[in-house]
Design a protein around this ligand. Structure first.
Ligand code: MG
Length: 145
């Protein structure tokens, strides 16, 4: 059996590009790849890891993730939509050895269950105590623009 890596989708593999009209900033509905994370999981895949997506998304929003991963030539073994339910039980069921996520609370929950995590940092943490907590986790820094 191959070792499993689980990956969040939104703000981890992909982010929605925004348009700044000068008056307001709006989402365009277009997903853009987050290259450093995609390159990282492709390297892991080449080393023999199996990749699974675990997202807070609803089931109805699954196809968009499948299409995006196909476009990015990512070979994903399964897509799980937790519909905002805690990810930890799903990560355990998949026997995840590493979970990659931009949510600090998801990372801390997984670590508490003995699953190593990689925190995707795009500057979303504003609070010093949160930054302190994140500093104990492995981190990939990315820029979303
Ligand atoms: Mg996310």
């Amino acid at each position: 059996m191959k070792p499993v890596i689980t990956i969040d989708f939104d703000c981890c593999l992909a982010f929605e590009s925004v348009q700044n009209t000068g008056w307001i900033v709006m989402g365009t509905g277009v997903l853009k790849p987050i290259e450093p994370v995609i390159a990282y999981v492709k390297r892991k895949y080449a080393k023999g890891f199996e990749l699974h997506i675990v997202s807070f998304r609803e089931e109805k929003d699954k196809q968009e993730m499948i299409d995006f991963c196909k476009q990015q030539k990512l070979d994903i073994a399964s897509f799980t939509c937790t519909s905002s339910k805690s990810k930890t039980p799903f990560l355990k069921a998949l026997k995840s050895t590493l979970h990659i996520d931009d949510s600090l609370s998801v990372c801390l929950g997984a670590e508490a269950a003995g699953i190593r995590t990689l925190f995707v940092d795009f500057g979303q943490l504003k609070d010093d105590s949160q930054k302190e907590l994140a500093s104990s986790l492995g981190t990939i820094r990315v820029q979303l623009d």
